[in-house]
Design a protein around this ligand. Sequence first.
Ligand code: ADP
Ligand code: ASP
Ligand code: MG
Length: 401
Amino acid sequence: MLIVQKYGGTSVGSLERIEKVARRVARSKDDGNELVVVVSAMSGETNKLIEYAHHFSRTPSKREMDILLSSGERVTASLLAIALQEMGYDAIAMTGRQAGIKTDDSHTYARIESIKTEALTRELEKGRIVIVAGFQGISESGNVTTLGRGGSDLSAVALAGALKADACEIYSDVDGIYTTDPRIEPKARKLDFISYDEMLELSSLGAKVLQNRSVELAKKMGVRIVAKSSFSDSEGTIIAQEDEKMEAVLVSGIALDKNQARVSLRDLPDRPGIAAEIFDRLAKEQINVDMIIQNASREGMTNLGFTVPQSELARAAKVIESTGHKIGSADYDENVCKVSVVGVGMKSHSGIAAEAFKALASNNINIEMISTSEIKISMIIDEKFGELAVRVLHEVYELDK
Ligand code: ADP
Ligand code: ASP
Ligand code: MG
């Protein structure tokens, strides 16, 4: 079998852990598999590099950030290859460019456009274990790019798709996908199976166990993912097409996204085009606006509220300060979070949302913004109630049963 394995930050978080991963990889090689192994930076490393950059600038240039951040994954890829070589295995480390990963040029959040697998295939044919530095690629103009936080998952799925691998195994410190983050709710239950659509919602809404883009690509390319632990040999969770599943559950999980910030603009002139202009400028700066609320206007003035990822708040503030319009006041709040209920079964059931609102209200948790889709309900609340809200909702929908 040709297997793509991906080991995340905690799995390669120390030299001892890298050694353990090397043994796991070696075992799979001994079983007769062909292996491409994608690795993340050692845990904490990417954050440390970002802090270094912020020492010099609040808004460092994205091109330089990519060169900086891509280095973390290279460290682990080369160390893992060296560890395997020392154990007598023929292994070779590659950067994203060497592995043929071509992206567009949106620095720090680049999209993979194609993968030239020739070099990889050549090494596999020589019987080598190929170790690829995750999270990175190369743009048309030859610049190093990175694929967004958690992007090594995307590298793994894209490689599995391009190589038509028989399996794509994503290893982390949890043994699969749970009904919610087991660190927040110890009663969370491990799922044997979750559909691409539900997983996509959970990851887009903050469950960082898999990067949302990687799930999106897995669905598009039909790559079946198995999420497993690198710390144990337990079964893991399969992420695949919905129809493979026996029964559709009502609610499959709760997600919490703490990386949210709210922008509130008060006393904005209520003229056509102003909101459009603000959001257009934010989009040009590649700032992802999520929930938007505009109040009914009074005396020609209106209020506008929306959320952006915390990491983009400083840039959003810059954009707003530079609009020519007279804004009464702009305030920025980092102390909010988004809690979401996800489940494909919601499509055909009403009343799920009402239950969520009631449960939060009876715990005195105020909901500041709401958005819903066919298969999710998201609520913006005070950050300090985030984890409590997760537990309350987990209980209401009896997810531990
Ligand atoms: P890696 O560094 O290996 O990529 P991550 O830290 O990105 O791993 O993802 C694993 C973490 O995701 C777990 O430690 C867990 O706390 C968190 N997590 C959040 N939501 C879930 C969920 N629904 N199921 C499992 N883990 C989750
Ligand atoms: N090291 C990168 C991050 O921390 C990518 C990854 O781990 O997947 O976001
Ligand atoms: Mg991750």
